[in-house]
Design a protein around this ligand. Structure first.
Ligand code: SAM
Length: 220
């Protein structure tokens, strides 16, 4: 019997957001492939999950995928978890999911949090049509070019951003798309959760004064 790849969503901050099915699945599989084993270990310790962990991250995803596919072919059930949220959404999960599907390995998902959807619904922006852009390039030229290409986008756009680049990204957004009404969400589900809604210039002023900390989602 061939095993199943379970794509398991985990909390984006608050461990209380784990689902009952996620706990059951992580307990019952043979192996958990985790983007960051240290983060996942906090989760498994908290919920008394004793399944062995193996790392699956950006720099070992090629060789590790061979190992995981072999384990699945031998009948092992494998859970895939990312550092936070839904595996495959702006993390290395996509490559193993696509490969398992291509190789006719059964794949299922345990749904749960994603920073993208939480930020979208909290933004107050239209939710009936939206587009997920993930991270813009860390290179200024490529970032600006992508923003130029998105100027005519009519749907709500969701971007992920790191604390190191959020100010640069907001400056580029202001210059290229104008002083739009946007929302910036940070530290979702955590103690310092915050959603700022307003013009790009106002939000830039705010974070320039306050300083930037945490992980960000920008909704345009
Ligand atoms: N797979 C994750 C998901 O489903 O949301 C996203 C992984 S991606 C590597 C990490 C980025 O997601 C962060 O840089 C940030 O943009 C966003 N993010 C993750 N957790 C967040 C949180 N608690 N608050 C705000 N943004 C978050």
């Amino acid at each position: 019997m061939i095993g199943t790849l379970h794509i398991v969503s985990t909390p984006i901050g608050n461990l209380g957001d784990i689902t009952l099915r996620a706990i059951e699945t992580l307990k019952s599989v043979d192996l958990i492939a985790a983007e960051d084993t240290r983060t996942t270990r906090k989760l498994t310790t908290r919920f008394d999950i004793r399944t062995p962990l193996t790392s699956f991250y950006e720099h070992n995803k090629g060789t590790k995928a061979d190992y995981l596919i072999k384990a699945l072919r031998e009948g092992k059930n494998v859970a895939l978890v990312s550092e936070a949220g839904t595996p495959g959404i702006s993390d290395p999960g996509f490559s193993i999911i696509a490969r398992a599907i291509k190789e006719d390995i059964p794949v299922t998902a345990i749904p749960g949090p994603s920073a993208s959807i939480m930020a979208l619904v909290l933004s107050g922006k239209p939710t009936h049509k939206f587009v997920f852009e993930g991270f813009l390039s860390n290179k200024s030229g490529a970032r600006r070019k992508r923003l130029e290409a998105l100027k005519k986008e009519e749907r709500t756009i969701i971007f992920y951003e790191s604390p190191h680049r959020i100010l640069k990204m907001l400056k580029d957004l202001l210059e290229i798309m104008g002083d739009k009404e946007i929302a910036v969400a940070r530290e979702l589900t955590k103690k310092f959760e915050e959603v700022r809604r307003g013009r790009v210039s106002e939000i830039l002023d705010y974070f320039n004064t306050k300083g930037v900390k945490g992980e960000f989602v920008v909704v345009v």
